[in-house]
Design a protein around this ligand. Structure first.
Ligand code: C2E
Ligand code: MG
Ligand code: MG
Length: 730
């Protein structure tokens, strides 16, 4: 057992050799003992602290003073053990310490001393506090420059002898200051936009090489040449810049320490930079993915224009401004035509190219404050602030003329695009974004129905028409399923002798409230609302049933023709439905003819081609209706498996007076002969027309001259009363 003196000597030795800082005070906080570590860390001699109050002597560094005060107060109220982390200014750098404060009592329970043990926890604490601050900033969606400013501030507190800058490096290798709170603004201005490179300062070089770069003497180093004139304002002598790298090794930015003296980093600086570049990499990577998500959510990936969501937000803001300024605002919705067709003709990428080039053209038309975006597929929206109806019509016309210029695709094809345009204007057509967009959309649909490049302004009339279409749609749905439609049949005749060559089935609909609804109207409604398959299948069944019934009665009916829409050909079940129907009524493929308009070309896709091919191989004949009235592409027409061409009635009507009509009729007849197609003239109303057609070699005709579309018994009567024109009569 050591003597009392030796024992206390040994205790003292223990206190002096520990790596913790130990301070013993009396119960008033006056320092009685401090171990050599304490003296060394604070860089002061024993006489400076002997008798001083620890709470006054140790001023915790930065913001944490409150903690220290709180501890001294709470100890004075009730002496008990306390634990706290404090940042203290020590020799060289501020350091974090975990302080354990324990009161010591005598045998009577009186508080006589306090033992303070300071343990260095700088490394873990720096990581923890800076990381927490930066993560909080990121979680609050602060911009990356603000996150980096916070990081700079935190690290500058830990290394008050340096000024910090954080730069970002974009995909093209350009530098951009994200934060440099202690450097003059002129430095950032000089750096921003510079291309990284070996001679572009320490940061440009660190980004370029992907390694830390130290410039110990800014005044003489050649790498600083670009920024030479900034040095006096900078007031710094040395810089040490480290690259911030992504997980895959890409350089995302740089983190630099600027020193006031000619020097390099010490161990503590290196430690801080290790922590900093790790945290900054996380912040920059997460900012990049946030930007990407934002880009995806708000911008259209194909054209780079604002997407639907973004348009909605911008429209809302624009309406608020218009309301405040009591000014009008126009919303224009454009639907680009032919995208599908162009894809089909020139390959998948062609439609995308058309959309992108259209986006660029629209963008070029935009003045300040005007916004263009892509709503969906082939639909664009334009917001025109301070623009009334007249202004919007004029703007739409110039948009259309910009779009109508021929457009050259990468592969060299030239395409002409059309667009249906709908307009609505604030405040007369709606008070919020939903009403305005819906209004413009409705107007656009009307424009689209009119075909080609058309412009429509929203109006209540359009709403009424829309309501009517909706009520027709509901009634039509019922009429199809409830067998309330009828078919009339118009004879097709041999122009030479008037002999029956077949009949065309034409749908008729009389509704108790809506009255007679024209097929041109309900067919387009059926197409728009997805009823066209149901309608066509009903017509097909009814026409086949009627043909079989006529034949059963002994009426010699060569064939029945049924009209179908291009949409019907998009349904691959069509050949199966037709074959089943024919079989059900005991008919042969040759008994049926399917009429389709030239617009089948517009919608021709791989599916429609496959359906037509399947029909041809099943022996079902196809006829091109209204030929010459619309879009014609003879080369493609010849590729289709068709057996009949029906000359549009507009040519027949003008036949007696119009040379061009005659020429077209001649050309079609010649083509029909050489391709072995039947040519039939529609809408033959006058004997002179029949004569001209016959003279030009047209064999068949259909029209009021021979018969109007008739109900089935009317057809029977017509057949009975028909006295064929003798072949010799002409
Ligand atoms: P389309 O197939 O070209 O039918 C000929 C149209 O011309 C019929 O009109 C017919 O009544 C009319 N027409 C016949 N001869 C003459 C004439 O000498 N002069 C004049 N001016 N017109 C004549 P409708 O019945 O009103 O049908 C109009 C269009 O509606 C049809 O044109 C066809 O495209 C469509 N359609 C009719 N029924 C159906 C159907 O069941 N399904 C489908 N998808 N479309 C149908
Ligand atoms: Mg027809
Ligand atoms: Mg026709």
């Amino acid at each position: 057992m050591p003597s009392e003196h030796t024992e206390s000597e040994q205790w003292r030795e223990c206190l002096e050799s520990t790596s913790s800082l130990i301070v013993i005070t009396n119960n008033r906080g006056e320092i009685e003992y401090g171990n050599p570590r304490f003296a060394r860390a604070l860089g002061c001699a024993e006489q400076e602290w002997q008798g001083a109050n620890i709470w006054d002597f140790l001023r915790p560094f930065v913001r944490r003073g409150a903690v220290w005060e709180h501890m001294s107060e709470s100890l004075a109220v009730e002496p008990r053990g306390l634990r706290e982390d404090v940042l203290l200014q020590t020799v060289g750098h501020p350091k974090w310490f975990t302080v354990a404060i324990d009161p010591v009592f005598d045998s009577a329970g009186t508080w006589i001393r306090t033992v303070h043990v300071f343990t260095d926890c700088t490394k873990s604490k720096v990581r923890e506090t800076v990381q927490q601050k930066m993560m909080e900033a990121m979680a609050s969606d602060l911009p990356i420059s603000e996150v980096m400013r916070i990081a700079c501030h935190e690290f500058e507190c830990l290394a008050p002898d340096v000024a910090i800058s954080v730069l970002g490096v974009d995909e093209e290798g350009r530098l951009q200051t994200l934060a440099a709170p202690s450097l003059p603004g002129s430095v950032s201005q000089a750096i921003d936009g510079q291309q990284m490179g070996p001679l572009v300062g320490a940061c440009g070089a660190a980004a370029y090489f992907g390694e830390a770069v130290l410039i110990e003497d800014l005044a003489t180093d050649p790498r600083i040449v670009l920024f030479k004139e900034l040095l006096p304002q900078l007031g710094m002598q040395a810089v040490w810049s480290s690259p911030i790298k992504a997980r895959d090794g890409r350089v995302l930015g740089t983190f630099a320490f600027y020193f006031r003296d000619r020097r390099g980093p010490d161990g503590f600086h290196r430690f801080l930079v290790d922590v900093a570049i790790h945290l900054c990499a996380i912040a920059l990577e997460s900012d990049a993915s946030r930007t990407r998500i934002h880009q995806l959510a708000y911008f259209d990936g194909l054209t780079g224009l604002p997407g639907r969501q973004s348009i909605l937000t911008r429209l809302e803001k624009a309406i608020a401004l218009a309301r405040q300024a009591a000014k009008p605002l126009a919303v224009v919705v454009l639907n680009l035509g032919h995208v599908r067709e162009i894809n089909h003709l020139y390959g998948e990428g062609a439609g995308d190219e058309l959309l992108c080039q259209t986006a660029r053209r629209l963008e070029r038309c935009m003045a300040d404050e005007q916004i263009v975006g892509r709503l969906a597929g082939d639909e664009f929206a334009v917001i025109l602030p301070d623009c009334d109806q007249e202004g919007a019509l004029a703007a739409s016309r110039s948009l259309l003329s910009a779009l109508s210029l021929p457009l050259r695709l990468k592969r060299g094809n030239t395409v002409h695009s059309t667009a249906a345009v709908g307009i609505s204007v604030f405040p007369e057509h709606g008070s919020d974004r939903t009403m305005l967009l819906q209004g413009a959309d409705l107007a656009m649909y009307h424009a689209k129905r009119a075909g080609g490049s058309e412009i429509r302004m929203f109006s209540q009339e359009l709403v009424r028409e829309q309501r009517y279409r909706l009520s027709v749609e509901a009634a039509l749905r019922e009429a199809i399923s409830g067998n309330q439609l009828e078919l009339h049949y118009q004879p097709k005749v041999d122009l030479q002798n008037g002999a029956m060559w077949g009949v065309e089935a034409l749908a008729r609909w009389h509704h108790p409230l809506l009255g007679h609804v024209l097929p041109s109207s309900f067919v387009s409604i059926a197409e728009e609302y997805g009823l066209i398959d149901a309608l066509s299948h009903w017509v097909l069944r009814e026409a086949c049933r009627q043909l079989a019934a006529w034949r059963a009665k002994g009426i010699a009916m060569p064939a029945v023709a049924v009209n179908m829409s291009p949409t019907n050909f998009q349904n691959s079940s069509l050949p199966g439905v037709i074959n089943e129907t024919l079989a059900r009524y005991g008919l042969l493929p040759n008994d049926l003819l399917i009429e389709m308009t030239e617009s089948i070309f517009m919608d021709e896709t791989l599916e429609t081609s496959a359906v037509m091919e399947a029909l041809r191989s099943a022996g079902i004949r196809l006829s091109i209706d209204d030929f010459g009235a619309g879009y014609s592409n003879l080369e493609r027409l010849l590729r289709l498996p068709i057996s009949e061409i029906k000359l549009d009635k507009s040519f027949i009507q003008n036949l007696e007076v119009d040379g061009a009509s005659k020429a077209l009729v001649d050309a079609v007849i010649r083509m029909g002969k050489s391709l072995d197609l039947s040519v039939i003239a529609e809408g033959v109303e006058r004997e002179t027309q029949r004569q001209i057609l016959l003279d030009r070699g047209c064999r068949y005709g259909q029209g009021y001259l021979f018969a109007r579309p008739l109900p089935p018994d009317g057809v029977e009567e017509w057949v009975r009363n028909r006295i064929p024109v003798p072949a010799a009569a002409h």
